[in-house]
Unconditional design. Structure first.
Length: 256
């Protein structure tokens, strides 16, 4: 019986030791699980950050790429229009492309793209300027557009008509823009008022032998009298036409 008792004692001791070891193993497993749980959380956070970075970078890059492709397509389309309107040679098309890109990067022309510059040159050609004169007048046209806050097409029409009316070369476009701006600054009119007056009466003024300087001075004085825009140009045109083709009575009075 004593031997049996010893056996039970040894078995009990072994069981206690086994349970102790199992508790140790369990504790170690719990520690490992906690470590892996933290790692999983970090992994999930990193994955979340990665996803946000992907969205934050990929979408803007994609948008920029799309905008660049559209800008290139618009520029090519405008170039084709310029060629069709002007009949430009391949060499002249290269010149137009280089000038348009140069003007699009000009810091004195904020907000102007190469496509805007090409569009302005297209309108200058439509207004009757030669290709060489168009290249010379392009920058001044864009400057007038910015100063008067009007579209490039409208500015090109104004400059083109002024140059054609007074028989001026394309390199005089900057003078036209300056005259319009200075006349507006010295009078109660706006640049657009001077431009519309020039459009309405410039051709007749040139036929009457008046210079563009004299004409812009006259419309500035009329603006101070409350006659602005096309009304001023039309009034001057009517007066000049009367002087060029006077009635018999008027002719007699002028002789006297």
């Amino acid at each position: 019986m004593a031997e049996v008792g010893n056996i039970f004692v040894r078995i009990g001791a072994s069981i206690d030791e086994f349970e102790k070891n199992m508790r140790t193993v369990q504790q170690q497993l719990e520690d490992v699980q906690k470590k892996f749980s933290g790692t999983k959380a970090v992994g999930e956070q990193l994955a979340s950050v990665g996803k946000k970075l992907t969205i934050g970078l990929t979408l803007p890059i994609g948008a920029m790429a799309g905008a660049s492709i559209k800008a290139a397509a618009d520029f090519e389309s405008m170039g084709n229009t310029f060629r069709a309107v002007s009949g430009a040679t391949s060499e002249q098309m290269v010149q137009m492309s280089e000038l348009a890109k140069q003007l699009g990067n000009d810091i004195t022309l904020p907000g102007t793209s190469a496509t805007d510059a090409a569009a302005a040159m297209t309108e200058l050609v439509k207004a009757g300027l030669s290709i060489d004169d168009t290249f010379k007048a392009a920058k001044a046209t864009l400057q007038l557009s910015a100063a008067a806050q009007i579209g490039n097409a409208e500015a090109a029409t104004i400059v083109g008509q002024a140059l054609n009316s007074f028989g001026l070369a394309g390199d005089k476009a900057i003078m036209v823009a300056d005259l319009l701006a200075n006349s507006a600054n010295a009078s109660a009119g706006e640049i657009t008022d001077m431009a519309y007056a020039l459009q309405a009466g410039g051709s007749v003024a040139a036929m009457a032998g008046q210079s563009i300087n004299d004409f812009t001075t006259a419309i500035a004085l009329m603006a101070n009298a409350g006659i602005v825009g096309s009304d001023a140009g039309t009034s001057l045109k009517t007066m000049l036409m009367s002087l060029m083709s006077p009635t018999d009575k008027a002719a007699k009075l002028m002789k006297e």
